[in-house]
Design a protein around this ligand. Structure first.
Ligand code: CMC
Length: 431
């Protein structure tokens, strides 16, 4: 970051002396006012619940311009990456800052592919869960559990250990998600295969059985790979900030990523894809497109507690670029699977059409986000609704681990320790 010539001056109406605060510029986006010495200088904190105007770190990984509806990984627009790369290209780019050359790509793919198996003992750990446990509960446990198996790579001060942990997490996440699924349906676990792509291997671990040969459908493989790409990173969102805060105490990477999985689960974040599909199914069951108007009235009624899931975003005040790509993927997948008349897709399009014209949504700048169409694609390719957020976690793992690694490499890194405005009892005595 660069110190700007501009300074911020903070003055007080009670006659206390004003202070100058340094301003820093990044390469793009808003400047920041450096308030690190504010408490020492004034005895005051800043107050910003929900981080509405607080940059908690510097980062060079992902950039979002919410007004334009722009998303860049390491400077490259998501629209270009989505059509020119596969998910492992994106992982390499996010982790290393540059796209891989041919040899680097071969080496990286080989490394990830050869870390996909999990310790066999993990099976016993998994078997402790009820069959009907939510996959996100299982995944939070399994990812945290990895720290008990891979002691040889948890020295966070060693960049080599951090790299091995990153590869392990990216490689093992599909295996864990597929294991959680197989366990829930009572089918045998399918071991990874090294001759398949990252996404092809995941599909096989999900849908193959020992009784039949499984052939990966390239349309489905490409669609799921696109989902992974679109979810790979999204700067300082709730789960990424959770990973950073958790990791800032010096805990091991598996524990920090498990915290990210837990945060992602919530319906305001990654859990919105599951909530969105459940919402579409509910409207469909009540009469479908004909009931859209009635449903929208409920959404606009503040007392109903109903939100249009898959709509709205803290940062995007324009169409989420991921939602545009997802809508296009959705169309392509449904057409190539012969599901072009899918009623839920029609319903989603109608909800979007109405919302984009309705002053409630227009005035609040509420647009479809990535979760609005992703559930329809996942459902079309056979992924059960309860597993949607686990798929998101699988894809976001690279972003989490890259952000964690960036934090640990930052010379200004400190344990995260927010402050508070205390509004409880002032000092009192039991006497
Ligand atoms: N349906 C109806 N009203 C909404 C919605 C929605 N989906 N989203 C926001 N609003 C209204 C909200 O009621 C408020 O109105 P008012 O100003 O009259 O009080 C205004 O828009 C601003 O909303 P907010 O809750 O203050 O905004 P936020 O930035 O704190 O929340 C959000 C962002 C994503 C949590 C929210 O838009 C939401 O709950 N959306 C539905 C859940 C969802 O789709 N989440 C996925 C986000 S993208 C993927 C990810 O991050 O994982």
């Amino acid at each position: 970051m660069k110190l700007s010539d501009n300074k911020a001056t903070l003055s007080f109406s009670n006659g206390a002396p004003s202070i100058d605060l340094p301003v820093y510029s990044g390469t793009m986006g808003p400047d920041v006012i450096d308030i690190r010495k504010l408490y020492a200088q004034t005895g005051m904190f800043t107050y910003d619940p929900g981080f509405m105007a607080t940059a908690a770190c510097q980062s060079g990984i992902t950039y979002i311009d919410g007004d334009k509806g722009e998303l860049l990984y390491r400077g490259y627009p998501i629209e270009e990456l989505a059509v020119n790369c596969d998910f492992l290209d994106i992982c390499y780019l996010i982790l290393n800052g540059e796209r891989p050359d041919e040899q680097q790509k071969l080496d990286f793919d080989h490394q990830v592919t050869h870390h996909t198996m999990v310790n066999e003992q993990m099976h016993f750990f998994l078997r402790g869960f009820r069959r009907d446990a939510h996959p996100m509960a299982v995944l939070t446990g399994l990812v945290g559990g990895l720290s008990a198996f891979y002691h040889d790579s948890t020295d966070i001060t060693n960049p080599r250990h951090r790299h091995i942990s990153a590869i392990r997490l990216i490689a093992k996440m599909p295996t864990l998600v597929a294991m959680a699924y197989k366990y829930s349906v009572g089918q045998p676990f399918i071991y990874p295969r090294n001759d398949l792509s990252y996404t092809g291997n995941f599909l096989r671990m999900m849908f193959a059985t020992p009784c039949d040969e499984y052939k990966v459908n390239p349309v489905v493989e490409r669609a799921l790979d696109r989902i992974f790409i679109l979810h790979a990173d999204h700067e300082q969102n709730a789960s990424t900030s959770t990973v950073r805060l958790c990791g800032s105490s010096g805990t091991n990477p598996f524990a920090a990523i498990a915290a990210g999985v837990a945060c992602l689960w919530g319906p305001a974040h990654g859990g919105a894809n599951e909530a969105c599909l459940n919402m579409l199914e509910e409207i469909q069951a009540q009469g479908g497109v004909a009931k859209v108007g009635e449903f929208m009235e409920k959404v606009k009624d503040k007392n109903s507690g109903v939100r249009l899931m898959g709509f709205g975003h803290r940062v995007y005040k324009n169409y989420d670029p991921r939602a545009k790509l997802m809508q296009q993927t959705c169309k392509e997948v449904l057409e190539s699977l012969g599901l072009e008349n899918d009623p839920l897709f029609k319903l989603a399009m109608e909800l979007e059409r109405i919302a984009l014209e309705d002053p409630y949504f227009v005035d609040r700048k509420l647009y479809p986000n990535v979760d609005f169409y992703s559930g329809i694609v996942q459902r079309a390719i056979g992924i059960p609704t309860s597993l949607f957020t686990a798929i998101f976690a699988l894809a976001r793992t690279v972003g989490w681990i890259a952000q964690w690694n960036e934090m640990l490499s930052d010379p200004e890194y400190k344990i995260g320790r927010p402050r508070q405005l205390f509004n409880g009892f002032p000092t009192r005595s039991m006497k």
